[in-house]
Design a protein around this ligand. Structure first.
Ligand SMILES: [Zn+2]
Length: 262
């Protein structure tokens, strides 16, 4: 007789919209064309997945108290304030999953005093290795104090590939956008949701099969597009990383900057 595996717990999942930027289409769709100079509004999120036992923050956003070298960026608040509006204090957070180590995903990571930090080993190795140091563009894409804090922490959990962090929530390495880019798959009452973060900046990247220009390895970007589709129970349950459309697809929680995904 085989023992029944525990039914995965359903998580409540929210996107917290903490900043906006007036971007250009050419910054989000690789390959210049006659629409590259058109405006393309860009949103910045962290994501929260809560079950009876775990409070999982996916990415740590940007810190409004820091200088952020991005023209046209407007903060709606701190990601930490966004969590507070949902009744979550920093010490409540059990896990911070960093999908990758770009600066707009790590900014408030040091504010969570108890959380386990979940990072792919390939991501950690890349940013501390010799190649990243040589590529000028990487210098502004990565906030060194955040990386030092996370990788030097005794709360760091390095992952190789796919790992279940709790029943109903796991990480999957996809690479592509960065060396160790990972996505989060989470079980909800609506089915399996994929928090794709920058594996899919905009739903249109996926729909047009067209990557964003900031990337580490092109073939892996396409493999990541396929993987997030496989992992989600429905196309609308793939949550892109920077798409303002998320705020229209999922209902707002009154009095907060959060949208309830499921
Ligand atoms: Zn990003």
């Amino acid at each position: 007789m085989t023992s029944p595996s525990a039914a995965p717990e359903a998580f409540a999942v929210h996107a917290i919209h903490f900043a906006s930027r007036e971007g250009l289409r050419g910054q989000h769709f690789l390959g210049h064309d006659d629409r590259s100079a058109e405006p393309h509004p860009t949103a910045y999120y962290v994501w929260l997945a809560v079950s009876g036992r775990r409070v999982v923050l996916v990415d740590a956003g940007l810190d409004p108290d820091r200088h952020v070298p991005m023209p046209g960026l407007a903060f709606h608040g701190s990601p930490v304030d966004g969590l507070a509006a949902l009744g979550v204090a920093p010490a409540d957070v059990t896990d911070v999953v960093l999908t990758h180590l770009h600066h707009d995903h790590t900014g408030t990571v040091a504010r969570f005093p108890r959380a386990r930090y979940v990072v792919q080993r390939a991501e950690a190795d890349y940013w501390t290795g010799p190649v990243a140091a040589r590529i000028r563009r990487e210098h502004w894409l990565c906030a060194e104090p955040d990386v030092r804090h996370v990788l030097g922490s005794d709360r760091l959990a390095l992952v190789d590939g796919d790992r279940e962090l709790a029943p109903g929530l796991g990480v999957h390495r996809v690479g592509g956008h960065t060396a160790g880019m990972q996505v989060v798959r989470v079980h909800t009452v609506a089915g399996w949701v994929v928090l794709a973060s920058d594996a899919v900046h905009f739903t249109q990247n996926l729909a047009d099969d067209r990557p964003a220009p900031i990337l580490h390895a092109m073939p892996d970007v396409y493999a990541a597009f396929d993987r997030v589709r496989e992992l989600a129970d429905a196309p609308e349950l793939v949550v892109p990383g920077h798409d303002p459309e998320v705020t229209r697809r999922f209902p707002a929680v009154p009095g907060t900057r959060a949208h309830r995904i499921a």
